[in-house]
Design a protein around this ligand. Structure first.
Ligand code: ZN
Length: 124
């Protein structure tokens, strides 16, 4: 085992104050805020439960972990909010030139869809 892993392994928190694991060494049941968000959850006011330390750019980096069993579901949008969001997303995919709804967001730098911005004049 590389020495670096042992240095960052402190599951009892005696050295760092909170349970500390090396990268990918964290036990199941913990997740970063980003992982919770991806799962449709939020920390829900709980304190940081553990941390992952690793040597990264500029020195020791830390990622804070939350307990999954204490996480709460993300606030769900009301039907009206969802409709508004859906409309906004559709608008972002609608070209103002040809009025077509594209499978991608209209690039803000172009202001129109790719077909309008780069017409293929030599298309068969
Ligand atoms: Zn277009």
């Amino acid at each position: 085992m590389p020495r670096i892993r042992a240095a960052y392994h402190d599951p009892d928190g005696t050295r760092y104050g909170i349970p500390t694991y090396w990268w990918r060494g964290a036990p199941h049941g913990y997740a970063t805020r980003r992982q919770l968000t991806a799962a449709g959850l939020r920390p829900g006011g709980q304190p940081v439960a553990a941390q992952v330390l690793w040597r990264g750019v500029g020195g020791t980096r830390a990622a804070y972990l939350y307990r999954v069993d204490l996480a709460r579901p993300k606030r769900t949008a009301t039907p009206a909010q969802r409709a508004a969001i859906g409309k906004a997303l559709t608008a972002r995919r609608t070209c103002r030139i040809c009025r077509q709804v594209r499978p991608y967001y209209i690039p803000r730098s172009l202001g129109e869809c790719l077909a309008c911005a780069f017409p293929q004049e030599d298309a068969a």
